[in-house]
Design a protein around this ligand. Sequence first.
Ligand SMILES: Cc1ncc(COP(=O)(O)O)c(C=O)c1O
Length: 399
Amino acid sequence: MTIEIENELSTREIEDRYEVGVYSKREVTIVRGEGARIWDDTGREYVDCMGGQGAANLGHANPYITAAIEKQARTLISCPEVLYNDTRAKLLQKLVEVAPPGLNRVFLCNSGTEAVEGALKFARLLTGKTDIIATVRGFHGRSMGALSATWEKKYREPFYPLIPGFSHVPYNKIEAIRNAITEKTAAILIEPIQGEGGVYIPSDDYLPALRQLCDETGVLLIMDEIQTGVGRTGSWWGADHAGVKGDIMTIAKSIAGGVPMGAVLVDEKLPEIGKSTHGSTFGGNPLAAAAALAAIHYMQDYDLPGQAAEKGEYFMSLLRPLVGQEGSVVREVRGRGLIIGLELKHKVVPYLKALLERGLLALPAGPNVLRLLPPLVIEREQLDFAAEQIKAVLTQVLD
Ligand SMILES: Cc1ncc(COP(=O)(O)O)c(C=O)c1O
C-alpha cells in the first residue's frame, strides 16, 4: 500500500512549511538508496559520503536489514522491557559477543543522545558523585544532559542554565584531565576520535593514559562510541586501536542498520543498577532488536570493520596528495578507517554545495572541516568517483 496525498506543494515546500525549522537543508530530495548510492526525486544518482550521519554503515536497503524488519514486523513490533522477548534476548547475547570484554550489562534505548543520558545517570548512580569531565570540541548530543557535555557554544548557549557539574578540558592532554578531577568527579566522557568537532585523532598514548588515570582515581571512563563504533574506524570500536575499553560505553547510529537504536553497555564488575532508576517505552523493542541482530550478523559475515580499514587506507591515499598541491585548499587529511576529515583553509559550506552539484554528498565537522562517513560497503569505483569530485572542488577558492 502506498499512501498518496493530493498536493500542490512540493516535498521541499511541505517540509519547509511544517517543520519547526531547526535544520539547514541541502537543495535535494532523496527518495531511494542502495549500498552507498542514493537517488533524488528527478532520478539523479549520488555517491553517499554522508552515510546517514553515521547511521548507514551497512549501506542503504541492506538485504539483511530489510528481511529482518519485514519478518519481525509481521510477528511483533511492540514489547516493553517489563516483558521478556525472544528477539531482544538474542540481540543482547550477540551484542555482548562483539562488545569489548566485560561490558556485559546493556540498557537499550533509541538514539545517541539517549544513550549518553543513560550513561550519565548510571555514572551518578554507580559512584554517588555528580560531576562529569568532557572535552573541548566534544559532541555528545542535544538533550539537556548530553548537551551539558557537548562543547559547541552555539548549541549550548540558547539553553542555559544547563546541568551543573560539567567541565570541559582540552582533548588529547592527559594533564588537563588529571588537574580537573575533584572529589566530586563521577566520570570522564570522551570520544575515541572527536567526530563532529572536526575528526581529531588523539595520540596513541592518550587513551591508555586516561584508562590508567581512571583506574588510579576510581573515576569512571565513559567511552562515547556513537560515531566511531560499529566498524567505522576499521575495528569494532574506536578505542580498540588503543587497546582501551571504557567502564561504560555508548553506542547508536548504525547499531541497528539505520533503524533508531541506542545502547549503554556497563562493565559487569560495577555494582548493580537499581530497579526503576531508568527506562524507555521503545527501548529494546523487537523491531529495532531484529534489525540490530541482523546488522551484527551482516558485519560479521562480511567483515565490515576489515573492509572499513582497507577502504579507508585506499580513500586517504587518494586524498592525501591534496595537501601541499598547487591551488589546493586542503591543510590536512586526518582519518582512521572510514571516518575521514579534510581540514580546509576556508569555510566548508560552499564546498559541500559544490560537491552536491557534482553528485557527492558529504558532511561538515566544525566550520572548516569536510567530513566523509560513507557506508562501509562503499565500492572502490565509488571511492574513486568521490576522490575525483573532491579533488576538482578543493583546488579552487569558493565562498
Ligand atoms: C559522539 C556522538 N555522541 C552522541 C551523538 C548524538 O547522537 P544522536 O544524534 O543519535 O542523538 C552523536 C551524533 O552525532 C555523536 O557523534
